[in-house]
Design a protein around this ligand. Structure first.
Ligand SMILES: [Mn+2]
Length: 423
């Protein structure tokens, strides 16, 4: 009888700016792995996004390596595919390093000359074949191109892509893969990418997204979904929850209230929170009077964090200020709408007409395939800065004192200390 674990989307190293959450995140992975060792699984499958980025912090790497070593010493094999987060086209990612250290085996083996995937055979006789997730979901093309072999005997297909028929409504339709694109004939389809546990069937065989062991964003935490992984015994999947902390939600709907009323409501709700390791505060809606800046969020967070044990996460992205008037635009093209908004809102004194538009174009550019977060941040910073500097040279923008650096943003510090982006 074969027993294995299917884990995905651990995103180790996520929540870099919230140390407590970063700790819960890695703790959840450690818990999941300990459970696998206890249950004496034959092997563990990691269906992508083990790390939050291709080069995570060394303390995270160290803890992961220790744990994978423990797994290996317990005689358990680990198989992995890349996720969209731990993949790096340009350079080796940590996944490659861990594979070189024989801590796990990458099961993505594309034989270009034959346009097919080769299979890894586990000691138990189970064949494991995988396809990685990539940035911008380029893997969709693979499913259309590759000629998949029909597997021999017991087999698992590992993937990291959203499946059309299973995808929750809040995940964009773009680039989803239909369930029919998954290769035929496998006994278990181990999916990653969607951070919620989901189950479906393909020709009577389980297609499973294990969900995330903890989550990598506020949205993940806020969604009241389960966190954990799957244990599969005799080809029957069973969900194993992982709970490393308790969460409490505070929701304030600001619609129709003034800023000071919302502040009072928040204080009242904050005072009523008596437990929870993590408190998720969400304030949403349009204020009747005032703007979000009128609300003293810092004091409310202090109030909630006053017992020292709790982590507070505040989301006020959908809290809107009282609007004086709306800009009306009929055009549908994004650029036209943006141009109109800039025209109607006017430009700050001393700046040239299209500065806003030009800045927006830079800030809107997306991360490129294979680009690291640091490189991406550096590129955007560099381009923004050179645009502003060029305008300064043209004498169209007043000289302003250098803005103080935000120590939370390492990319800025890097630029300052090394005098320019690495590009
Ligand atoms: Mn993920």
């Amino acid at each position: 009888m074969v027993r294995f674990a299917h884990i995905a989307d651990c995103h180790l190293g996520a929540f870099g700016r919230k140390p407590e959450l970063r700790e819960y995140n890695i703790k959840a992975f450690e818990d999941a792995i300990e459970k696998c060792i206890e249950r004496q699984v034959d092997f563990i499958i990691i269906a992508g996004d083990l790390f939050h980025n291709p080069l995570p912090d060394m303390d995270i790497v160290n803890r992961t390596v220790k744990l994978l070593m423990k797994v290996k010493n317990a005689g358990i094999r680990t198989y992995a595919v890349y996720g969209s987060h731990d993949y790096n086209l340009a350079r080796a990612s940590l996944i490659d390093v861990l594979e070189s250290a024989e801590l796990f085996k990458n099961v993505v083996n594309y034989l270009e000359s034959e346009n097919r995937l080769t299979t890894v055979k586990d000691k138990t006789g189970v064949s494991i074949t995988g396809l990685s997730g990539r940035k911008n979901r380029l893997e969709k093309g693979y499913y259309e191109q590759i000629e998949f072999d029909t597997p021999d005997g017991d087999s698992i297909f590992v993937f990291h892509s959203p499946i059309a028929e299973m995808k929750p409504v809040d995940i964009p339709d773009k680039n989803v893969v239909p369930i029919s694109s998954l290769p035929d004939g496998y006994d278990y389809y181990a999916g990653g990418h969607i951070h919620r546990p989901l189950e479906d069937l393909k020709d009577g065989k389980p297609v499973i997204f294990s969900g995330t062991t903890f989550g990598s964003s506020y949205t993940d935490l806020e969604r009241e979904e389960k966190r954990g992984f799957y244990m599969v015994e005799d080809w029957r999947p069973e969900y194993v929850p992982v709970d490393v902390c308790s969460m409490v939600k505070v929701l304030v709907d600001a619609e129709g209230f003034t800023a000071s009323e919302v502040e009072e409501m928040l204080i009242e709700k904050a005072e009523a929170v008596l437990e929870g390791d993590i408190v998720l505060v969400r304030v949403q809606g349009k204020l009747f009077k005032g703007s979000p800046q009128d609300i003293d969020f810092a004091s409310i967070i202090n109030l909630l964090e006053s017992d020292g044990e709790r982590t507070v996460f505040l989301n006020k992205n959908s809290l809107e200020a009282e609007r004086v008037e709306k800009v009306k635009v009929d055009e549908e093209r994004e650029e036209v709408i943006e141009k109109k908004v800039f025209e109607e809102q006017g430009t700050p004194e001393g700046t040239q007409g299209d500065l806003g538009e030009r800045l927006l174009r830079i800030l809107k550019s997306e991360k490129k395939e294979g680009e690291t977060t640091t490189d991406y941040e550096n590129r955007i910073w560099h381009q923004t800065r050179s645009l502003i500097e060029n305008i300064k040279e043209e004498g169209e923008l007043e000289e302003k004192p250098e803005k103080e650096l935000d120590p939370q943003k390492p990319s800025q510090l890097t630029l300052e200390s090394y005098g320019g982006a690495p590009e």
